[in-house]
Structures are given as structure tokens and as C-alpha cells.
Design a protein around this ligand. Sequence first.
Ligand code: GUN
Ligand code: ZN
Length: 427
Amino acid sequence: MPAYRAPLLRFAANGEPLYDSDGLLVTQANAQGVQQVLDAGPYQAVAARHPQLQLTQHWPDRLIVPGFIDMHVHYPQLDVIGAPADGLLPWLEQYTFPTEARFAMPAHAQQVAQFFFDELQRHGVTTALAFATSHPSSVDAFFAQAQARGLRMMTGKVLQDRHSPDGVRDQTEQSLLDTETLIARWHGQGRLGYAITPRFAPTSSDAQLRGAAELAARHPSTWIQSHVAENRDEVRWVQPLYPQARSYLDVYRQFDLLRPRAVYAHCIYLDDTDRALMHTSGAAAAVSPSSNLFLGSGFFDYASAQRQVMRYGLASDVGGGTSLSPFRTMLAAYYVAREGQSKPGLSLAPSQLWWQHTGGAAQALGLEGVIGSLQPGSEADFIVLNPQATPLLARKTAQAQNLQELLFAFIVLGDDRAVERVLTAQV
Ligand code: GUN
Ligand code: ZN
């Protein structure tokens, strides 16, 4: 029973932060060899419940937190970060599709997948819902790396059979056969999950969207991921392609692609009817503030999402996003809530931002109680932060009077240097 004593942050199921300045986290392997949280809380109380316990680690001047969860990231787009283009659609044409075309070479996919997981780990991200490319071997490369590292990870082959250039465009029937084969090969293997991945409505034919929905219905524990209502030109493009749809989001409803475990990136240009549809269907939004700021896409409407009780969580959306760092994403989300669509601006509490990147993201993904909270019974993916990682962070965290001030110091001043260790539930 490994046991870790340190300042400890957990989350209750309602998002309330639970903080112990002297905490104890006790874990135990389940039958599959996955470490789960057996007990957690104040050191004295938890230690008293386990008299036979031998302390594995004692880190009095560190902070244990749940591993971060990135709800939407494109692993093949690491090389696209920082590509200058005039908004989403030119960015896809000029940089993103040519970069993704290189994943036709399995050796390239393997090399990038390895690099991607090294980077995720350095940034303290222990679970991601990721896009691969349209090449099936890009999925194999991702899952093989995730499996070797014992990570809980989801990805899928991108479906895009129209309005896409040679090199990334796929064939309708073959794309669905490939998806089915990949589901059989990877979904539910250890901690891996398959995500059925139509890129977005304008690059899939009706037949491909229908096929994707049929697979999603036959495999209800898979994820669905796509993009919606990210950019004004994109929204204008979709309208004539689907004249029967009430809105862009309604396209996905018509094709039965809204359900729990369906994750739609961006969700900027939604109206109240769309948000009600997100709520009733159980689909979730992946809020990607650094990407939306970088590509000039717009601002997620936090106030409306909260009012209409939409499920959402945070995402880097690399390579539209500019960093894999959860600290950078949380800070961008804070800016957007303050100065974006919501008037008057919202000041998201640091613990709320943190929740959106951990336990809240887990709930939005349908993984509540599994990851993101460090509640008893959940998987013990956690990271150890160093409040003294840089001189200014040390100065600022030393003056923190309470949990919110401590977390905000990390959000504003922290980066990969603050992530000292990453402990994965399966090794
Ligand atoms: N919409 C369709 N494809 C993409 C993509 O790769 N990135 C972003 N940000 N939006 C998209
Ligand atoms: Zn994206």
C-alpha cells in the first residue's frame, strides 16, 4: 500500500476543493494492477485508520494534485503550434493538413507520439482525449505509446472524406471499416478508449456521419469527438451544406452524434437552444481558450454555459492552442471569462479553473469517479508540484494566505518547471 504524505488537493463530486496542508494519500493496486486511491485526507486521521501503514514518501513542501486532463488536443499538431495564418480555415489549409499528411508514414507517427507523451508528462497531463490523423497507423502509434506508459488515454482516426486535400482525405466505406477495426483492437484495452472522430461537419459526407453514428450506437462506451461553432467563416460554410439543420450543432443532432461521451471542441457560436441541446443530450464542450485567442476564433460564453448547466472542461487544442501546459490554459480561460462574451465579466475562482482541468473534465468525459478527483476508489494518477520551482513562484507561494491564492500563483506563474513528478496509476 504505497502512501504519500504532503499538502494534498482533492475534489468532491460537486467540484468543491478539499485541501489538507498535511495530507495523506494511500493507494492500493486493483486486480488489473492499477493503483487506486484507498484513502485520502488529513494525515492524522488517515494514518490512524491504517496502523500497519509504511510511509512511501514525505514531501512537506510540495503539493499533490490530481493529474491534469486535456479534453481536446491534436497529437499530430505539435509541429503546427505557432503557425501564423489568417484564422481557422486558412490555418487548416496552409499548415495543418500538410503537417497531418506526413502521418501516412508510420515511423513518423511513432516518433511524434513518443515526443507527444514525453511533453504531456512534463506538463503534468495524465489523460487526454486526442485527435490522431486520418491514417489508421497514427492511432496505433498513439495507443502503443500510451499502453507502454500505462496511461488512461483516448484517441481515434479522423474521418474526413470531403473538402479535404489529397494526403488527408479518406474514403467513406474504408474509413468506417478502419474505425471498426481500431475499436476492436484498442477500445477497453487496459485504460485505453476509442473516440469516433469526424473532424467536423464540413469535411464529412452524410454517409460518413451516418456511419460514424451507427458505430457510436453499437459501441456506446466509445467516445465521439469533433469540432463545432469555432469560427464565423466555418459557421457560414456549414449553413448551405446542411440546409435542414437549425444550427451548426443541430447537424450533429440530426445525425445522432450527441450523447454522453460526445465531446465538441469550442462551442463558441451556440445559442440558448443549442446549449439546451448540449444539456439534454449529455454531450460536453471542450473549452480551448488559448487556441481561440491564437486563431482569433472568439470567446466561450462562460456565463451562459453555467446558466444552462452545460457540461464542459478545459483543453489545450494544440496546435491551434499555443501550449500543452494546463497552467497556460487555465490562465487563458480566466482572461476569457473576465473579458469575453460575459458582461459583466466573471472572475472564475482558481479552484474552479483547476476543477475544469481535472475532476470537471473527468465528469464531462463520463469518467467521474475514475480519474481527476483523487477520491477513494478512483485511479491514482497524480502529480507533485514544487511551489519553489522558480524564484518568483517561490516568493509568491510563500505569501499565499489560503488555497485560492496558492492555486492562482501556480496558474499565473507556473509552468512545466513546477511539475516535479508524475505518478501514473499503472506502471
Ligand atoms: N476544425 C477542424 N479541424 C480542426 C483542427 O484541426 N483544429 C481546430 N482548432 N479546429 C478544427
Ligand atoms: Zn481541435
